[in-house]
Design a protein around this ligand. Sequence first.
Ligand code: FE2
Length: 194
Amino acid sequence: MDPLKAIVKADRFPPLDHPALRRRVRKASDLRGVFMDEEALEWLIRQGDPVVYATYEPPVPESAGHLTFGLTIIFAGQVGSEYFMTRGHFHVQRQTAEVYYALRGLGYLLMQDEQDRARAEPLEPGSMVYVPPGWAHRSVNTGAEPLVFIYVFPADAGHDYGAIQQKGFAKVVVQAQGRPVVVDRGAWTRSPGR
Ligand SMILES: [Fe+2]
């Protein structure tokens, strides 16, 4: 293929511009089984089924040697106590890494390996995070404006959503007393009186 160039403007919508952009949208109804509060999700779907996040990718072949790159925008919102976030995935080819660079907004990148070690890296404009091979990853918007970031990963890595969804991320990002906190999912779902 020939070289290509895209323009990124995080304060504009859509934030990535290229004539052949692939756009993927995830609405609330696409995210059943992802959030802890299923009733809150169904309520949101009945209220108009908002877009939770979207990705934009210039056309790069999904084959060895190439790098898939693109931009994710996660809108501001909550499902119950939990903030809007991506589905989260391992790469099918576990020995592939990924780089994130945050342009706008506030949030977290949650990561978890197959030994269940978990990390939550705060994201703010300028944050660059390296997701090593073998770590599942999910991003969360804890702010009042869209969270916008760029990602780059080997184009033949593939997405495995099932393994981490079955197990669930060990950490969740929830609003408690009006502010975002990262907590163990087990402790949160068991905690009384919230
Ligand atoms: Fe990834």
